[in-house]
Design a protein around this ligand. Structure first.
Ligand code: OAD
Ligand code: ZN
Length: 253
C-alpha cells in the first residue's frame, strides 16, 4: 500500500459524526489471534464445542480452559497503534463512538471511552442461574469458577453462537449508526450477524463507509472506500499524512 487516499483522510477529518466498527483484525497486530483466515481460531477449534451455551452446559471446564488460554494471551498483549489512534480520535472529538465485536478489552485499555462491546467482555463473568456479574482481572484458577451467591457455574460474559447481542448494546449501536455520516470499519470479516449488518445499514442510509482490511470481505462491495492494509499500517500512514499535508488540520490528530 502506497498511502491512504487523500479522500479517505479528508472524509475522516471532515466527518460530522464518525463511528467506528472493529473486529478481531484490529487486535491481530497485538498478537491476539483472529477467528477466521489462515491462522484463525476457527481453523483449529470447532465453535460449536467452545462458543455455544450447549457446549458450556455439556462441559463447562473445557469451555473455560479455552477461555483461560485466550485470557492469558490477551493479558500479555498490549494495545497497538490502531487502538491508540482510535482513542486519540475520540479524545480530539472526531470519533463519536466505537462499536466493537472484540471481547479483549484492548480499546478501553488504549483509552477509548465511548465503546459499545457487542459481544461482551472476556474480563467479565456471569452466573448461569442468578444473573450475578463481576469483573475479573486475571484468568480464574478454579475451573469453572462458581457464583458466590448461588454456587452455580460462572460463565464468561460474552455472546456465544445462537445467543442475541445484549439489547442495550445493539440498540445503542443502531442509534449511533443512525447519527453517523462516516463509518470506519476495521478488521472484521463481516460474516457474523447481526454485527455484519451495521455497514450494510449505514451504506443504505448514504453513510460514507470506509473499510480497512488487507483482504476483501462482503463489506468491500458496499463500501465507499476500501483501504487494503493492516490496521496499524493504516493509522501509521494516516497520521503521517495528517502531519505532512498542511491542508489537513494537523491538530485534529
Ligand atoms: P474474523 O476473525 O472473522 O475476521 C478478522 C478479519 O480481520 C479478517 O477479515 C482479516 O482479513 C482481517 N485482518 C487480519 N489481520 C488484520 C490486520 N492486521 N489489520 C486489519 N485487519 C486484519 O473476526 P471478526 O470479524 O471480528 O464472535 O469476527 C466476528 C465474530 O466472529 C467474533 O466477534 C467472534 C467470532 O466468532 C463471537 O465469539 C460471538
Ligand atoms: Zn448465581
Amino acid at each position: 500500500m502506497r498511502g491512504v487516499p487523500r479522500r479517505v483522510v479528508k472524509s475522516i477529518l471532515e466527518s460530522k459524526y464518525l463511528v467506528a466498527l472493529t473486529g478481531a483484525g484490529v487486535s491481530a497486530e497485538s498478537g491476539v489471534p483472529t477467528f477466521r483466515g489462515k491462522d484463525g481460531l476457527w481453523e483449529k477449534y470447532r465453535p460449536e464445542e467452545l462458543a455455544t451455551p450447549e457446549a458450556f452446559e455439556k462441559d463447562p471446564r473445557k469451555v473455560w480452559e479455552w477461555y483461560r488460554w485466550r485470557m492469558e494471551i490477551i493479558s500479555k498483549a498490549k494495545p497497538n497503534l490502531a487502538h491508540y489512534s482510535l482513542a486519540e480520535l475520540e479524545g480530539r472529538g472526531t470519533l463519536k463512538c466505537l462499536i466493537t465485536q472484540n471481547v479483549d478489552g484492548l480499546h478501553r485499555r488504549a483509552g477509548s471511552k465511548r465503546v459499545i462491546e457487542l459481544h461482551g467482555s472476556i474480563w467479565r463473568v456471569r452466573c448461569v442461574r442468578c444473573g450475578y456479574r463481576a469483573d475479573v482481572e486475571e484468568p480464574p484458577e478454579e475451573l469453572p469458577p462458581v457464583c458466590p451467591n448461588c454456587g452455580s457455574p460462572l460463565r464468561p460474559d460474552v455472546v456465544w453462537f445462537g445467543e442475541p447481542i445484549p439489547r442495550g448494546a445493539w440498540e445503542g449501536a443502531l442509534e449511533e449508526v443512525s447519527k453517523s455520516d462516516v463509518l470506519l470499519v476495521i478488521g472484521t470479516s463481516g460474516t457474523v450477524v447481526p454485527a455484519a449488518l451495521i455497514p450494510r445499514m449505514a451504506s443504505e442510509r448514504g453513510v460514507t463507509v470506509i473499510e480497512v482490511n488487507p483482504e476483501d470481505t462482503p463489506i468491500t462491495k458496499i463500501s465507499t472506500f476500501k483501504v487494503s492494509s493492516t490496521a496499524v499500517e493504516f493509522f501509521r500512514r494516516f497520521k503521517l499524512m495528517c502531519k505532512s499535508d498542511f491542508t489537513f488540520s494537523s491538530n485534529r490528530l
